[in-house]
Design a protein around this ligand. Structure first.
Ligand code: FPP
Length: 263
């Protein structure tokens, strides 16, 4: 933890360039509850508190895009009681945070099959997306009823339909055309993916978009994730050299502290 935070001062991000787009797999709500002998839904309730905290902080420090994996397609298969509790938490979040989101110039967007959401979630969601659509401070994207494979399948289907209509030749399909048909069209790929609670997997999240994203896995459970844990992830990110398949010498400017490449 940072010394300023230890002294109870306002948390500050590490100095240096911040990722433009941070995506988070918020995991560990169930384990958090289990460790405290509480029902799982109370873990999700604490998780929703972390969401409020992190959205506020990310906006404050100037993250341009924050994408949160809030509910996967596979999560529909959880016990009915848990799915219902998660839907209620989403609705409460959208209703309670509406003034804050609007006041802080945050644009709300979604990825995933949101038509599957119950009306009591979809209605406030659609309304807030509409009312925040001109905001420019930060784009907050909630992945809801989301599956990376389904998203790519939908994009593929859209391209296939264009081919079938004779509007497109298969050989002229490019990676950009695929990207433009994903739910994230127009959004930069994540620079940093954070996964909480220690699991070493992607879990069907942003399979296309994470191609060159830096990964940061923390043991911290999502309900315990706070400003200082995010700062740790940002610090780790700043220590990475992003090469995008090239060599270190190609991507780093000539630097006195490192020997010049010989060829
Ligand atoms: C994973 O923890 C988390 C989820 C499936 C849901 C995430 C939901 C929230 C953080 C709260 C509501 C969201 C918003 C945007 C208000 P898990 O239950 O899989 O944890 P476990 O692996 O420890 O069981």
């Amino acid at each position: 933890m940072e010394s300023s935070e230890q002294k109870g001062q306002k948390p500050r991000p590490p100095p240096g360039p911040l990722p433009a787009h941070v995506a988070i797999i918020m995991d560990g709500n169930g384990r958090w509850a289990q460790q405290k002998s509480l029902p799982r839904v109370l873990g999700h309730r604490e998780g929703a508190r972390s969401v409020r905290r992190i959205v506020t902080y990310a906006r404050e420090i100037g993250i341009r895009y924050l994408t949160l994996y809030a509910f996967s397609t596979e999560n529909w298969g959880r016990p009915e009681l848990e799915v219902g509790a998660l839907m209620m938490l989403l609705r409460d979040y959208l209703e309670d945070e509406r003034p804050t989101i609007l006041k802080n110039n945050i644009k709300l967007s979604t990825i995933g099959a949101t038509e599957r959401l119950p009306g009591y979630v979809r209605d406030p969601l659609v309304e807030l997306m509409r009312d925040s659509s001109d905001n420019t401070g930060m784009t907050l994207t909630l992945a809801l009823s989301y599956s990376g494979r389904e998203e790519i399948t939908r994009a593929t289907r859209a391209l296939a339909e264009q081919v079938a209509r004779g509007e497109l030749k298969p050989e002229s399909i490019t990676a950009d055309m695929v990207a433009n048909r994903l739910d994230t069209a127009g959004m930069p790929d994540p620079d940093l993916l954070i996964r909480t609670s220690g699991e070493l997997r992607i879990s069907n999240f942003m399979l296309w978009q994470l191609a060159y994203t830096e990964l940061y896995i923390t043991q911290t459970l999502w309900p315990d994730f706070d400003e200082s844990t995010l700062n740790e992830a940002l610090r780790a990110y700043q220590g990475r050299t992003r090469r995008f398949g090239k060599t270190t010498e190609q991507v780093l400017p000539p630097d006195a502290s490192r020997p010049a490449p010989t060829r």
